[in-house]
Ligand binder design. Structure first.
Ligand code: ADP
Ligand code: MG
Length: 444
């Protein structure tokens, strides 16, 4: 790493700089440039920056440097899911192990006695999900009196997942004299509330999404009845030749979708929280390796699966929480590529869910209404061939955009998935009947 490298301007030790170079991180990301110096100075730091912006290294690098050469358990990082905890543990290994720091990861689904023994060996760093850590606290397997640096990673997600109580229990057992770092994709009010209660005068780092770094995702919304979802899915799976992640709302639905696809193809795999940890890891690894092309998952799995090159995210069910929509579709359009996200919504049933998604994407109801009106612009009536027998009925229900027009339209690129203009969300309202017709037109 040359002295001109921006990394060398963050005040890090030569040894750390070498490890960074080895990891292949050529330039610090914005969040890393801004957060690392503050963390090094010992401030409490509250960071909001989008998924995929490199938040993990921005707390791992300065904290391992700070505790290098000290014996005792000083760092505790809390993660919302097992997968994220493991990925974070791996980053701590990358930068901590060469400095002599040992990391233990405690997650649901792994063996309690094995973790107990690992905790008893006083590792320097503990990475844990809040639920599992509380288990260990209750059993007296771990004490947190020595922790000097407490890290909340993906704080918004942890709160969404209902870990507030466990977080309270854990935080109470950690000395007040400590450094607290909090990382989140969004500054949701509940994140700010937690920050107020556990942090002291935090320095805030907010990285606004930029056009360059925002994923480019072509988002489509199809209205259809429940009974039509499966055949629409089959067609999509056939026509999309790239990798697909399909999100469904429950374990049962995941299994149902997997079974249906599996009957037709052997490149489909699923993960949900009932699977043993090893099975889940194996599934993700095999999906990443390309052995499987289609992954069916619940929301719990949605965040933190850092899989490159997912061509298409399908929301087989509208997510329960609008924020999950953003996390789900964040699996595609990564690293400057254009991705595709399709959502199946049931008229009547999912209206509120879709409104919530539109809202979180910065689309007001008025603007959506405007978009809807635009969708019915009169030119469409000048295409007699594309009028279907039930066109009048559809017109009343905001009928579909003519298929030919859809095919010829270049992929709409949303410069920013949250604030993008309504035109790029191709909202199609459709009575159940006729959907497949239209679908065929698009894909055949
Ligand atoms: P976040 O927590 O903000 O969602 P991660 O910390 O998981 O993001 O990082 C996303 C990906 O970017 C990871 O694969 C990580 O290895 C990679 N990464 C992080 N920092 C850099 C960097 N400075 N240069 C290149 N890649 C990086
Ligand atoms: Mg992260």
């Amino acid at each position: 790493m040359t002295s001109e490298s921006p990394w060398s301007q963050l005040g890090l030790s030569p040894q750390i700089l070498e490890l960074i170079e080895k990891a292949g991180y050529k330039q610090p990301t914005s969040v890393q440039s801004q957060a690392i110096p503050l963390v090094r100075e010992g401030f409490d730091v509250l960071v909001s920056s989008q998924t995929g912006s490199g938040k993990t290294a921005s707390f791992v690098i300065p904290t391992v440097e700070r505790f290098q050469g000290k014996n005792g358990t000083y760092i505790l990082a809390l993660s919302p899911t097992r997968e994220i905890a493991q990925q974070t543990g791996a980053v701590f290994e990358t930068f901590g192990a060469p400095l002599g720091l040992r990391t233990v990861v405690c997650i649901g689904g792994a063996s309690i006695p094995v973790e107990k023994e690992a905790l008893a060996s006083s590792p320097h760093i503990i990475v844990a999900t809040p639920g599992r850590l509380c288990d260990h606290l209750e059993r007296g397997n771990v004490w947190l009196d020595f922790i000097q640096c407490l890290i909340f990673d993906e704080a918004d997600r942890m709160l969404d997942m209902g870990f507030a109580k466990q977080i309270d229990i854990i935080t109470e057992q950690i000395p007040k004299e400590r450094q607290t770092l909090m990382f989140s994709a969004t500054f949701a009010p509940k994140v700010e509330k937690l920050a107020r209660s556990v942090m002291r005068d935090p320095k805030e780092v907010t990285i606004e999404k930029t056009v360059e770094s925002a994923p480019k995702i072509d988002q489509r919304l199809y209205w259809l009845d429940e009974g039509k979802k499966m055949s629409a899915l089959m067609r999509l799976a056939r026509e999309e030749t790239g990798t697909i992640i399909i999100f469904a709302k429950s374990k049962e639905r995941v299994f149902q979708v997997w079974r249906a696809l599996h009957d037709k193809a052997d490149d489909v795999i699923y993960i949900h929280s009932d699977l043993a940890q090893e099975q889940r890891e194996a599934a993700i690894a095999e999906f990443k390796s390309g052995r499987y092309r289609i992954l069916v998952a619940t929301d719990v799995m949605g965040r933190g699966i850092d899989v490159d090159d997912v061509a298409h995210v399908l929301n087989y069910d509208v997510p329960r929480e609008a924020e999950d929509y953003i996390h789900r579709i964040g699996r595609t359009g990564r690293r400057g590529k254009t991705g595709m996200a399709t959502t199946f919504a049931i008229p009547g049933k999912d209206d509120a869910g879709i409104r919530a998604i539109e809202k979180i994407r910065g689309i007001t109801n008025e603007r959506s209404e405007e978009a809807r009106k635009n969708d019915q612009r009169p030119q469409r009536n000048n295409r007699p061939n594309e009028r279907r027998p039930d066109a009048d009925h559809q017109q009343r229900h905001r009928g579909p955009r003519p298929a030919r027009e859809r095919l010829e339209t270049p992929k709409t690129v949303a410069p920013n998935p949250v604030m993008s203009p309504p035109a790029d969300i191709l909202v199609e309202k459709q009575s159940g009947i006729g959907f497949l017709d239209w679908f065929k037109k698009i894909f055949s």
